[in-house]
Ligand binder design. Structure first.
Ligand code: NAP
Length: 260
C-alpha cells in the first residue's frame, strides 16, 4: 500500500469532518476541504479550500486534482432524496471523477447500516443509501477502510477503549448498540489512512470501558478483510440483494467497475 499524503475531506465542515481535519493536520497530511461556502468554512489556515457542490460530478473533477486520499464524513437528514444525493451521491461522484485513478479512501457510515430502513420502518432511507455507498467503494478497486461508528459522544468518562466489531449485529437503533467519542472517530479515520493493516476492512467502531490505546495497528490487524470479489463487508448479513436495487444504482456499479 502507498500511504497517501494529500487528502480531500468531503463533509469537512461537519462535526466529524472538522475533527478529522485537525487530526490529519496533526499527523502531517496536506489537507484540502471541499466546502460549499469558503466564507463560512471556518477551518484552520493550513487547510486548502475547494469550493463546490458535492452533489455534482464536476465538483470532483477539480477537487480531486493531485489528491491521493479521500475521507468521507458527509451526511444529510433533510429527506430521502437529499440522503441519496449527499450520503451516496458524493461517494458516487468522487469515484467516477477519479476515472480509474487509485486513491486511499476512509468512509464513515453508521453502526446498524446493514439493518435496512424498511426493517426500522423509516422513510428517510439513510442506512440503505449509506450501505450502497459502502458497496460502491468496495466495487471501485480503491483501497479503503469503512468505519461504522456507534452513537456519538455518549461515552462515560472512563469509556475510551477503542473497539472494532464486524458483522454489524447490533441493531437496537439506540446507544445500546455502542457509543464512541467524535474525536475517536476522527482518529480512527485518519489512522486508517496510514495503516496497511486497515486496507479493505469494514468495521463497527465503539468504545468500551478502559483507556484508549496508543497504537491502533493491532486492532486493524485483527480484522478480517473484505473479500476482493464481494460488495459487502466480510461478515455482513446477505440481506440486500443487488436484484432489488434501483436501476440507477446498478448503473453506477457498472460505471464504477468499468474504470476499476
Ligand atoms: N449522531 C450519531 O450518533 C451518529 C452515529 C453514527 C453515524 N452517524 C452519521 O454521521 C453523520 C453525521 O456526521 P456529522 O455529525 O459530522 O454531520 P454534520 O455535522 O451534520 O455534517 C454534515 C456534513 O455534510 C455536509 N452536507 C450536508 N448536506 C449537504 C448538502 N446538501 N450539500 C453539501 N454538503 C452537505 C455538511 O456541509 P455544511 O456544513 O455546508 O452543511 C457537513 O460538512 C450522519 O450521516 C449520521 O447518519 C451519526
Amino acid at each position: 500500500m502507498t500511504i497517501p499524503t494529500r487528502i480531500l475531506f468531503v463533509g469537512a465542515t461537519g462535526s466529524i469532518g472538522r475533527l478529522a481535519i485537525d487530526e490529519a493536520l496533526r499527523q502531517g497530511y496536506h489537507v484540502r476541504a471541499l466546502v460549499r461556502d469558503a466564507a463560512q468554512a471556518g477551518l484552520p489556515d493550513e487547510v486548502e479550500l475547494a469550493v463546490g457542490d458535492l452533489t455534482r460530478l464536476e465538483t470532483f473533477e477539480t477537487a480531486l486534482d493531485g489528491i491521493d486520499g479521500i475521507v468521507f464524513t458527509q451526511g444529510s437528514h433533510a429527506s430521502a432524496a437529499m440522503v441519496e444525493a449527499v450520503d451516496y451521491g458524493a461517494v458516487r461522484n468522487a469515484l467516477l471523477a477519479l476515472h480509474g485513478r487509485k486513491v486511499r479512501i476512509a468512509l464513515m457510515t453508521a453502526i446498524g447500516v446493514t439493518y435496512m430502513d424498511s426493517q426500522y420502518n423509516r422513510t428517510i432511507e439513510a442506512h440503505d443509501w449509506k450501505r450502497r455507498s459502502e458497496r460502491l467503494v468496495r466495487a471501485s478497486g480503491n483501497e479503503y477502510t469503512i468505519v461504522r461508528p456507534g452513537w456519538f459522544d455518549y461515552n462515560d468518562d472512563d469509556q475510551l477503549r477503542i473497539t472494532f466489531l464486524q458483522g454489524d449485529t447490533r441493531r437496537n437503533a439506540s446507544p445500546e448498540d455502542g457509543v464512541v467519542a467524535r474525536r475517536q472517530i476522527a482518529r480512527v479515520l485518519i489512522d486508517a489512512l496510514g495503516c496497511d493493516e486497515a486496507a479493505n476492512t469494514t468495521l463497527e467502531l465503539v468504545a468500551e470501558h478502559g483507556a484508549e490505546q496508543e497504537d491502533l495497528k493491532p486492532l486493524f490487524a485483527a480484522l478480517e478483510r473484505d473479500p476482493s470479489d464481494g460488495i459487502d463487508g466480510v461478515l455482513d448479513e446477505d440481506n440486500f440483494p443487488l436484484s432489488a436495487q434501483p436501476e440507477r444504482v446498478l448503473d453506477d456499479f457498472k460505471a464504477v467497475e468499468l474504470v476499476r
